[in-house]
Design a protein around this ligand. Structure first.
Ligand SMILES: NC(=O)c1ccc[n+]([C@@H]2O[C@H](COP(=O)([O-])OP(=O)(O)OC[C@H]3O[C@@H](n4cnc5c(N)ncnc54)[C@H](O)[C@@H]3O)[C@@H](O)[C@H]2O)c1
Ligand SMILES: [Zn+2]
Length: 361
């Protein structure tokens, strides 16, 4: 099958995202064409490597292999240190290419190591979760968590190429897959009614990992993210629309200490909250609000938020420095495929909508 190529035009570096079923077989060729000349270091996690290592290493050819733990708890400077150790011991020089093969955690951690080792060496992303394929591998945000907060340490560092093969998703736990799909719903809501409709009409094929559907939703999502980050690489106003559903979503994740929800599940609640709020303001029709709620319901049951009080969630949102900046900026949907950013949402409105989607008073 022919691969789909999505160009990303950031001011720091243009690069391509290649999406195709079985495309991993072409890794060596693709990496060569992206300009890599020196030695290759593939960094992955034990878990990902166990299943996909043979395919990836066969396709890449000669490369050193570095394995680190993954999962949110391993997204630390300590793991970055382990990668530096291996690179130094392996005598990686400025011409080296670091290849990150894994989910969003591996991409962020390895990307940060690549951004800082010898002040920056070439980076390749091979995302292996749906979330990483549609979101974290594009746009250049890399970094790690600090014990006092998520993603507090990081950089903007673009890869030279991203290679996404939907075949790897067959081993992904169902819940992880669905969690990534909520981000695809987000792209539909912010920019693409056609994508939203396709999710709705072809959901059973998507859930059964139909290759044509997967290539379509992944490449369409990449195109949307690429177009947003190309307009706004360093997160000014435009990139903010990618935070659609994330204000309440982040608060729900934080309130449950990142344990109860997969990221996308919390974002699903966040999208329901802003849809309810927008509908109350008369910005979104009841029909569009219901279409979103229906799609989210079709995607499966979300963990409950009925023990979380709307009041405490709003408190968390108000403390969130990133969204605060004096006022809370919230991305509201106005149609399926269109949004507007407002800075006058009141705590009362947020509480009201949180209760509607299931939070306690
Ligand atoms: N850089 C960005 O712009 C950006 C954007 C969104 C999210 N993120 C970050 O991404 C991270 C979340 O990423 P994630 O959801 O991919 O989680 P993850 O990297 O923790 O992966 C989830 C789980 O899936 C496993 N896994 C990965 N690929 C697999 C496969 N093909 N088969 C079976 N198991 C597989 C992993 O071992 C892990 O246990 C968060 O840390 C978040 O902050 C970054
Ligand atoms: Zn997200």
């Amino acid at each position: 099958m022919k691969a789909t190529v999505v160009p990303v035009h950031t001011s720091s570096k243009p690069y391509n995202v290649h999406v195709g079923t079985g495309i991993l077989k072409q890794l060596n060729d693709l990496i060569n064409k992206s300009g890599a000349t020196g030695r290759r270091f593939v960094v992955s996690s034990h878990k990902v490597w166990e299943t996909h290592g043979p395919t990836i290493s066969k396709a890449i050819g000669r490369a050193d292999n570095i394995l680190v733990p993954d999962g949110e708890r391993a997204k630390t400077v300590k793991t970055v240190g382990t990668i530096y150790d291996a690179l130094i011991q392996g005598e990686a020089d400025r011409t080296a290419t670091i290849i990150a093969a894994g989910g969003g955690v591996i991409g962020d951690v390895v990307g940060f190591a690549a951004a800082t080792y010898l002040r920056g060496v070439r980076l390749v992303h091979i995302p292996t979760t749906l979330l990483a394929q549609v979101d974290s591998s594009i746009g250049g945000k890399v970094g790690v968590n600090h014990r006092l907060g998520k993603n507090l340490i990081g950089a903007f560092y673009q890869p030279s190429i991203v290679v996404s093969d939907p075949n790897v998703l067959s081993t992904l736990p169902r819940r992880e897959f669905r969690s990534g799909l909520y981000e695809v719903v987000k792209y539909g809501m912010i920019r693409d009614p056609g994508l939203f409709q396709r999710l709705h009409s072809n959901l059973s094929n998507i859930l059964s990992l139909d290759p044509i559907e997967l290539v379509h939703i992944i490449s369409t999502s990449c195109r949307i993210k690429a177009s947003v980050v190309s307009e706004d690489e360093y997160e000014g106003n435009i990139r903010r629309i990618l935070n659609f559903g994330h204000t309440a979503g982040h608060a729900i994740e934080a309130a449950t200490r990142y344990r109860r929800f997969r990221h996308g599940e919390a974002i699903a609640y966040g999208m329901l909250v802003v849809a309810d709020l927008a509908a109350r303001r008369g910005l979104l029709t009841q029909a569009d609000k219901e279409a979103l709620a229906e799609l989210i319901a079709e995607l499966g049951q979300l963990p409950s938020i009925k023990d979380l009080s709307a009041k405490s969630l709003v408190e968390i949102m108000r403390r969130d420095k990133k969204v605060l900046k004096g006022r809370l900026h919230v991305v509201l949907p106005t149609h399926i495929g269109k949004t507007m950013i407002v800075d006058d949402v009141t705590p009362k409105e947020l509480k009201q909508s949180l209760r509607v989607v299931g939070a306690a008073p």
